[in-house]
Write a protein that binds this ligand. Structure first.
Ligand code: BGC
Length: 750
């Protein structure tokens, strides 16, 4: 029975695709005639040569025909240093230093597509100087779990915010002569077991939550490259996933560019090439000699090879190679890029709490105890995965020293022993010895910190995670502040309760201890080369904080959806029922998982990710998605729509008056959520559907216009495998965060 349901599902899916045109026409198609001529001149060996890595970060062109190699570079927040052709070690050059741009969650906290565009232009400028064709970024997976090792690289828990930023980032890069490579397609939402995990997910959650940032960057920004993720989705490795690569990405969305595997993420020859993979990176185990043999044996058709080669050549035609002698001539990092890094950093910092201590008052030349290892810690590198050999990085302490000069006395104490990333395995004896040494050191450091705190007018505690705590390849076990920071801050509070806490983290932390103890609390992210200056400017009030949380901050980790449902760490609670449901619905056409797959990660929370879960289940959070204070207040009034009812092809255009009622210029992020009053299918309590970041002078009032296309309110119907309108009464909720709705208006969709 199940088999028939699956076949029927496939058939329906096929019909849907036959009927529909791709969602967009790529500019890459313009090269096809020219490319057909080239392919006619190529030997089979030359073709196969293009389908796998040449070196660690290159794949071959066709030298005989003057077609250059493709040169790739990590990756989303700065151009990675030059590596050995066939290894992970750096070459030790001097000319490959680059700007460290704020990482993904910082960029997302700006809620600014304009800044994301600028960010893309900065990345492209440095990529060009280094002779790179394709940037391995943006990284746009949804932040499903607060502990995700790469949360700092990714943008948001929300697909709409992620989409707006991924589109702008992509345009910024590609308008400046470099191709993007959207990663990791798709559902690479955890680092533990990323190379084995089989994500079991229903179509609706996949379409509504996890795919939109990729879809938007392809359909709206014509992204030229995509990186297939390490994991499986419904039984198929992403690098050989026909549904994801051929059906959805290419046929449905109109993607005309090339798909590369994640590094060593290819698992087969025939399936990989037939199902849509263009380049195996950084190896040739499957798409090298094995592929050549498969073609010669008639197992893979040369037509498919030609198609895959054509897709690569389209990108090659669109991106002008930099002649080798022009690349890497000067330091890549430049003032223009550093300004972009500063702009993003300064607009990303989120103020969570402020009991009148900020901006800092320096009029009496206070003694400020700056405590915490993150005040001096470099965040451009530190864990596994892409780092930036940054030309410089202004740490929080250095930023404060630069901006404060002699207007206050800064006294620094490290306070705790930071986590350090260790390569390779260590024996239990080594671990124990290190633990003992750390305990002794921690006590000493805490003592020094308490001493200087007791003599200071104000304590500026600069803690949080670091790049060894948040790292590729591993999720965090908890969201607690590492290195005993909670204990330290408790002890500090006993001698000085005038505490401002800055968390330099790229992902959520447990704030239960630090929040009540601190008079002010901020998140300043892994904030790039200029992060320290940006932080100092916010603390001193040179600019008003304007970042907003791109994710929810839960009270407890276990409140968050994947944890609450026992779906993460991978368990089997509820899993079997959900797995059956998924395969019954002919999951996305081609479910292949066995029901008791030990590697399965069940996404049974479906669309209830992040605030969608907390709001729908009425679970309190520490701070809601979209939250952030500043040094002034904003009043909302006069929410209007032009009509009371809207047809499915119309756009709800709404306007709202926002006034800065305080005494300082600042930015507000106006957010529009949609609540379905009487939907015909289940919906989250509310969903972000529009936002605008506006700058207002003291006292200034602005009318903010926002658009919500009715089409953007559709749902994915798992029976017909199509988008469907749910024409119902909805409420537009306008406010300053998902937890702070100021105005509402009901409209009817018909
Ligand atoms: C990461 C990718 C990265 C690639 C090359 C992989 O381990 O998942 O994001 O682009 O390595 O460095």
């Amino acid at each position: 029975m199940k088999k028939y349901a699956t076949t029927l599902g496939l058939l329906l899916l096929g019909l849907t695709f036959l009927k529909s045109q791709p969602l967009h026409q790529s500019v890459l198609l313009q090269y096809d005639k020219q490319i057909d001529d080239i392919i006619r001149q190529m030997t089979l060996d030359e073709k196969i040569d293009m389908l796998h890595a040449k070196h660690m970060f290159t794949s071959a062109g066709v030298p005989r025909l003057g077609i250059a190699d493709m040169i790739y570079a990590d990756g989303p927040f700065g151009i990675r240093e030059e590596m050995q052709p066939d290894g992970w070690a750096g070459l030790g050059w001097e000319k490959d230093k680059a700007t460290f741009f704020p990482t993904g969650s910082a960029l997302a906290a700006t809620w600014s597509p304009e800044l994301a565009y600028a960010y893309g232009t900065g990345m492209a400028a440095e990529a060009r100087r280094r002779g790179k064709d394709m940037l391995l970024g943006p990284a746009i997976n949804i932040q499903r779990i607060p502990t995700g090792g790469r949360t700092y690289e990714y943008l948001s828990e929300d697909p709409f915010l992620s989409s707006r930023l991924s589109v702008a980032y992509t345009q910024g890069v590609q308008d400046n002569g470099v191709a993007v490579c959207l990663k990791h397609f798709a559902l690479n939402n955890q680092e533990n077991n990323r190379g084995t995990v089989n994500v079991i997910i229903g179509e609706r959650a996949m379409r509504e939550i996890y795919l939109p940032p990729f879809e938007a960057a392809v359909v709206e920004a014509d992204a030229y490259g995509v990186m297939a993720a390490y994991n499986k989705v419904n039984g198929w490795w992403c690098a050989e996933n026909d549904l994801l690569l051929n059906q959805i990405l290419r046929k449905e969305w109109g993607f005309a560019g090339m798909v590369i595997s994640d590094w060593s993420g290819t698992h087969s020859t025939v399936d990989a090439i037939n199902h849509g993979l263009n380049v195996e990176m950084p190896t040739k185990q499957f798409l090298g000699a094995a592929l050549l043999d498969s073609v010669k044996a008639g197992i893979v058709s040369e037509a498919v090879i030609n198609e895959r080669v054509k897709e690569i050549l389209r990108v090659r035609m669109a991106i002008k190679p930099i002649p080798a002698e022009e690349a890497n001539q000067i330091m890549t990092s430049q003032p223009a890029q550093q300004k972009i890094a500063y702009d993003v950093a300064s607009k990303s910092i989120v103020l969570l709490k402020n009991e009148g201590v900020l901006p800092l008052d320096l009029s009496r030349k206070p003694v400020i105890a700056v405590i915490g290892a993150n005040a001096t810690q470099i965040m451009a590198t530190g864990g596994l995965g892409a780092g930036v050999k940054t030309l410089y990085e202004v740490t929080p302490l250095a930023g404060l020293q630069d901006r404060i000069g002699d207007k206050a006395e800064l006294r620094y104490a490290q306070g705790y022993v930071p986590v350090v990333y260790r390569w390779g395995r260590r024996t239990p004896e080594q671990i124990e010895k290190e633990q003992q040494e750390n305990d002794i050191k921690s006590k000493q450091l805490a003592k020094e910190a308490i001493e200087i705190a007791s003599q200071a007018d104000l304590v500026l505690f600069v803690g949080g995670d670091n790049r060894a705590v948040e790292t590729e390849g591993r999720d965090r076990e908890t969201i607690e502040l590492p290195s005993g920071q909670d204990d330290l801050i408790r002890q500090i509070a006993e001698v000085n309760n005038n505490i401002v806490t800055v968390l330099v983290s790229g992902a959520p932390n447990d704030l239960k201890v630090v929040q009540p103890i601190s008079k002010a609390l901020l998140i300043s992210w892994f904030n790039g080369s200029e992060g320290g200056h940006a932080l100092a400017d916010v603390l001193l009030g040179n600019i008003a904080p304007g970042g907003r949380l791109p994710f929810s901050l839960p009270v407890n980790l276990k409140d968050s959806p994947a944890y609450a449902l026992g779906n993460y760490p991978q368990g089997d609670k509820g899993g079997d029922v959900f797995a059956n449901l998924v395969s019954e619905s002919a999951s996305s056409g081609k479910a292949k998982q066995s029901e008791s797959d030990p590697n399965a990660a069940y996404y049974s929370e479906e669309s209830l990710v992040g605030y969608r879960w907390f709001d729908t289940k009425k679970i309190p959070v520490m701070y809601p998605f979209g939250y952030g204070l500043t040094y002034t207040q904003f009043a909302y009034s006069g929410l209007k729509t032009e009509q009371d009812t809207y047809a499915s092809d119309e756009v709800i255009s709404l306007s709202v008056e926002v006034q800065n009622t305080g005494g300082r210029p600042a930015d507000e992020v106006v957010q529009v959520y949609v609540h379905r009053i009487d939907g015909s299918v289940a919906w989250p309590e509310k969903e972000l559907k529009a936002f605008a970041r506006v700058s207002l002078q003291a006292g200034e009032k602005q009318t903010v216009q926002l658009n919500v296309p009715v089409k953007s309110l559709r749902y994915w119907d798992e029976t017909s495998h199509t988008w469907k309108d749910d024409l119902c009464n909805i409420e537009l909720l306008v406010g300053a965060s998902s937890g702070d709705i100021r105005l509402t208006r009901k409209v009817t969709l018909h």
